[in-house]
Write a protein that binds this ligand. Structure first.
Ligand code: NAD
Ligand code: TDX
Length: 331
């Protein structure tokens, strides 16, 4: 089989390309606009005859159409992905996430190709810290940020194209990913690279906000299970029982680096900051028999720290520019 993976030079997409090459004999075409979050180096070492890169924009029908025509299935990961950037400048989020998904869907409709759409748990809004309920596929949409509202819009487009045009698609909404090759703007890599540089971690607000962490390889094994045996038209929530407050994650990292557990700074909170995300993954585990492999967050985090220590040339070029953006808004 031949997969088309959009956003395949980003964090999840590049790890997915590695996963597909490692676990199957499929070949992959990667379509990525080559934006600030993409790295060609993320695909280093892969056999070129099985992983071909096309630099181009999903919003350009002339680019996406022939690539969709030429593949057996498309996994749509491309998106602007960072909440803080969406607050500073939402326009590119509307373009890439909404218009881009529209163009992907139109190409899929023309060529009748199987689609899997990658989305986020943030479309459901947030939960109170003591809410016994978690997100399920039946939870009403209630996105808070420009980022999550554009992802919600993209999900609605996919469902409308399934129902109206009979497009063969599945959707997944996953919780916060961590692991290798994640841009240093994101919470965990930002704190790891700060600590490598001897800088104190930065916690937004009180740090009580909870995220439901999953290793990126577990996200990707779930995506492959959905592509393989998911029901067309269905939505699967992907999570690995990984709820943890931001404060606890910072303390875990300080421990790994042998620093006192109060050696961090509170900085300005994110406007509209979601309090808690939590996924109920039971549909995925019971219907598709999927289970995560990285069940120890402590081990996954330590391995991620090692990856950033061993691959400084991968992230160093983005660090100063990213920190300069944060310091402008007191973060
Ligand atoms: P990322 O920012 O690391 O990578 C996204 C990639 O998409 C980049 O390489 C970028 O250049 C590319 N891209 C963006 N707009 C494009 C366009 N118009 N045309 C072509 N390429 C474009 O993001 P990520 O964390 O890897 O997220 C990938 C997907 O997973 C996104 O859809 C995101 O919403 C979703 N998701 C992410 C997480 C997470 O924790 N990171 C969790 C759940 C869902
Ligand atoms: O320096 C920081 N300090 C801090 O306390 C940063 C960068 C973040 N935070 C907080 C904000 C969040 O509560 O950490 C938490 C995680 O922040 P991000 O890494 O920006 O992730 P989040 O906003 O939760 O969204 C992520 O998960 C869902 C991804 O970026 C999205 O693409 C995905 O959909």
């Amino acid at each position: 089989m031949k997969f088309l993976i959009t956003g395949g030079l980003g964090f999840i997409g590049s790890n997915l390309v590695h996963h597909v090459i490692r676990m199957t004999d499929h070949s992959v075409t990667i379509l990525d606009k080559g934006g600030y979050a993409s790295r060609r180096e993320s695909l280093q070492g892969l056999p070129v005859e099985r992983a071909q890169v096309v630099i181009g924009d999903i919003c350009d029908a002339g680019v996406i159409d022939p690539l969709v025509e030429d593949c057996d299935a498309i996994i749509h990961c491309a998106a602007e992905s960072h909440n803080d950037n969406s607050i500073a400048g939402p326009a590119e989020f509307v373009r890439s996430n909404v218009i881009g998904t529209f163009e992907v869907l139109e190409a899929v409709r023309r060529h009748k190709v199987r689609l899997h759409h990658i989305s986020t748990d943030e479309v459901y809004g947030d939960l109170e810290l003591d809410d016994p309920n978690r997100f399920t596929p039946e939870t009403p949409y209630n996105p808070s940020s420009p980022y999550s509202s554009t992802k919600a819009a993209s999900d609605h487009l996919v469902r409308a194209w399934i129902r109206t045009y009979g497009v063969e698609a599945t959707l997944s909404n996953c919780s916060n990913n961590y692991g290798p090759r994640q841009h240093v703007e994101k919470f965990i890599p930002r704190q790891i690279t700060n600590l490598i540089d001897g800088v104190r971690p930065r916690l937004y607000g009180t740090g009580q906000n909870v995220r439901d962490w999953i290793h990126v390889d577990d996200h990707n094994s779930a995506v492959m299970a959905i592509l393989d045996r998911g029901r067309i038209g269905d939505t699967y929530l992907i999570g690995a029982e990984g709820e943890r407050s931001n404060l606890d994650v910072v303390k875990d990292l300080l421990r790994i680096f042998g620093r006192p557990d109060d050696d961090f700074d509170h900085v300005n909170d994110r406007p509209g900051h979601d309090l808690r995300y939590a996924i109920d993954p039971s549909k995925l585990t019971s219907e598709l028999g999927w289970a995560p492999k990285h069940i120890s967050f402590a081990e996954g985090l330590a391995a991620t720290v090692e990856w950033y220590r061993d691959n400084e040339e991968w992230w160093r070029g983005s660090k100063a520019e990213t920190e300069a953006k944060y310091s402008k808004v007191g973060q």
